[in-house]
Design a protein around this ligand. Structure first.
Ligand code: B9F
Length: 127
């Protein structure tokens, strides 16, 4: 089946772990994000994520979610992407993200980082 629901445990190409608890009837979902990388010495703690995925298409849906890094600072990351199901039946999440750092107005020009992440399902421990 090419149907993909985001519920479950995921790991990305930098080793971050994501746990999506359940996807509601309207496609909204929540979960936890445990980043494996940080640009500060602050101890890493799991952060809350809130998102929405398309459900009506019957497969390979697009989605988006927001991670609130309040355990680090007042910074925020948004991810958007699509779930693909490969020939082997394995799901892969192709995503791009924007990370907004809280800065004073004169530093607005450099406040947003951008990147990509690829997630695959893991059977590992919860986030
Ligand atoms: O490093 C970020 C951070 C926020 C405030 C101080 C440090 C938090 C972790 C972000 C993790 C990103 C990567 N992890 C991942 O799986 S989210 C996108 C990447 N994918 C430094 C100072 C202000 C902002 C960054 Fe900060």
């Amino acid at each position: 089946s090419h149907f993909c629901v985001l519920t479950g445990l995921w790991r990305n190409d930098v080793g971050s772990r994501m746990q999506i608890d359940r996807v509601n009837e309207d496609g909204s979902f929540s979960g936890k994000y445990h980043t494996a990388v940080s640009l500060t010495e602050n101890s890493i703690k799991p952060a809350t994520l809130i998102g929405s995925q398309q459900l009506s298409e019957g497969g390979q849906p697009t989605f988006g979610f927001t991670v609130n890094w309040k355990s680090f600072s007042e910074s925020t990351t948004v991810f958007t992407g699509q779930c693909y199901v490969g020939e082997n039946g394995k799901e892969i999440l192709q995503t791009m993200w924007l990370l907004r750092e809280k800065v004073d107005p004169q530093n607005n020009w450099g406040a947003t980082r951008v990147g990509t992440n690829i997630f695959t399902r893991t059977k590992g421990q919860n986030v």
